[in-house]
Design a protein around this ligand. Structure first.
Ligand SMILES: [Zn+2]
Length: 460
């Protein structure tokens, strides 16, 4: 065997000033100091430009922007290389762990997976002939595994490339949809209330529905009355999960907020209030749940440098890992690291809009470069990558290449849709069906009775 560890020393030839004439010495020293200055300044500009520009009076924010009037170039990303997908069948005598280790997972990975599988899948239920898929990166690293357990169920296992953790979940393919209603008075918060009624999964959807009207953290008070008509997924007599919300009514200090799902004759589905006004605007009201706005858009005086500088977006302070949503339907046109911006996602929308999400800790696996995203889809998670002093989301809106004030744009909501005159009659008919379903007792299929408490009248 060849020994690679042979010490490898070679005496270096040293540059020496001892036997050079004095004039040459002075020249060399001057040249060296000049080089040092050029090198230092060069370094300052290349790291983030902040120190350099503060010395020379021209501050660039993390998008490299220094003035309000600047035109923003939208960088186009590169198509990501295609992943390998292998479809195979479980062989006789093959165990899940044999399959996974043969595709590059380590014993440590397997230990994490077995913990995640508890209560979701029994490794002994693996049968010869069951089909599975393995997804790997173009260079062969394991990404995900999915097993067709039965006609109705699929098991998914996905590795998070950044953290090395695994996500395990079951997909239900073949289920019955049943209607359910839930109504009552809120005692503390709506989230708690729904949790108590074991229908916690409704909360995100409800929040999204009323995002323009109600701030769920601030406005919903004990005593607020609510009614929700929604779908539930069942296999046999096993409750799986909640489905779509069909109608929701919230009575807040005498004000009625309503949401009804309606599909028009062109097949477009949206939620409207009782007058047929669309509930959603062009943008969501916020790109993430935040604790406070740590920096607004526009000119500000830097707290330390005492200098007027320009900020190209809004900074939302939020804990690392907080989901970041696409504020409107669109396409992911950039996803990658970009200097002081850190991990960044850019989404292109209709009407000449682009939105940028900076300093992310990681990206959402379901929103790769080039993919279409819906309003409210998770595209990444709050972090502190790039030039950032703490976890926050820097959010920028660009329209036709010009910066816009995100808070103003989000508030303006864009153009609201309405149910067209021609479809109004269908819409009203739909509402009255929903209302009678909400009024009706005995619609409820879910076993919420055992959770219902004082002041909560779950309709069964
Ligand atoms: Zn910022």
């Amino acid at each position: 065997m060849k020994n690679d560890r042979t010490p490898y020393f070679r005496p270096r030839k040293r540059f020496s000033l001892h036997n050079t004439p004095p004039a040459m010495k002075i020249f060399a020293v001057v040249a060296l100091s000049l080089l040092a200055v050029v090198y230092t300044v060069g370094n300052l500009t290349s790291t983030d430009g902040q120190l350099f520009s503060s010395l020379f009076g021209n501050y660039n924010d993390e998008l490299g922007v220094s003035e309000a009037t600047e035109t923003i170039e939208i960088e186009e990303g590169e198509p990501e290389p295609v992943n390998q997908i292998l479809t195979k069948k479980v062989k006789r005598g093959e165990s899940l762990y044999v399959i996974l280790t043969s595709h590059g997972l380590s014993p440590a990975d397997i230990a994490v997976i077995s913990k995640e599988l508890k209560g979701k899948f029994s490794v002994r239920s693996l049968r010869p002939g069951q089909q599975y898929q393995i997804e790997k990166t173009p260079d062969g690293r394991f990404l995900s595994f999915s097993l067709q357990e039965s006609r109705a169920r699929k098991l998914h296992m996905q590795k998070d490339e950044d953290s090395g953790s695994f996500q395990v979940w079951q997909e239900v393919l073949d289920y019955d949809v049943q209607l359910a209603t839930l109504s009552g008075t809120i005692n503390s918060t709506l989230a708690l209330e729904l949790q108590k009624n074991s229908r916690y999964s409704l909360i995100t959807e409800l929040q999204n529905l009323f995002a323009w009207k109600i701030n769920f953290n601030r406005d919903i008070q004990p005593g607020t009355a609510y009614r929700v008509l929604f779908e539930e997924k069942w296999i046999g007599d096993e409750y799986i999960t909640t489905g779509k919300i069909l109608a929701a009514e919230i009575n807040l200090e005498g004000q009625n907020y309503t949401a009804y799902r309606f599909t028009d004759s062109r097949g477009t589905t949206a939620y409207y209030d009782e007058n047929g006004n669309s509930l959603s605007g062009f943008f969501l009201s916020q790109p993430c749940n935040y604790t406070r706005i740590s920096s607004g858009y526009g000119y500000r005086i830097h707290p330390i440098l005492r200098r007027r500088q320009f900020h190209s977006g809004v900074d939302y302070a939020a804990p690392t890992g907080t989901p970041v949503y696409a504020v409107a339907d669109g396409k992911v046109v950039f996803r990658g690291r970009k200097g002081a911006a850190g991990k960044m996602v850019t989404v292109a929308h209709a009407n000449g809009y682009h939105t940028k999400y900076l300093h992310l800790s990681r990206y959402a696996t379901k929103a790769p470069y080039g993919s279409r995203v819906k309003q409210g889809d998770v595209i990444g998670y709050v972090g502190s990558t790039g030039r950032s002093t703490g976890p926050h989301l820097h959010f920028t809106i660009v329209r036709h290449g010009k910066l816009k004030n995100p808070l103003k744009e989000l508030k303006a909501a864009g153009t609201r849709k309405r149910v067209s005159k021609a479809e109004m009659q269908n819409f009203m008919a739909q509402i009255s069906v929903f209302r009678s379903q909400l009024d009706e007792t005995g619609v409820m299929v879910a076993d919420v009775t055992k959770y219902s408490e004082k002041n909560t009248t779950a309709l069964n």
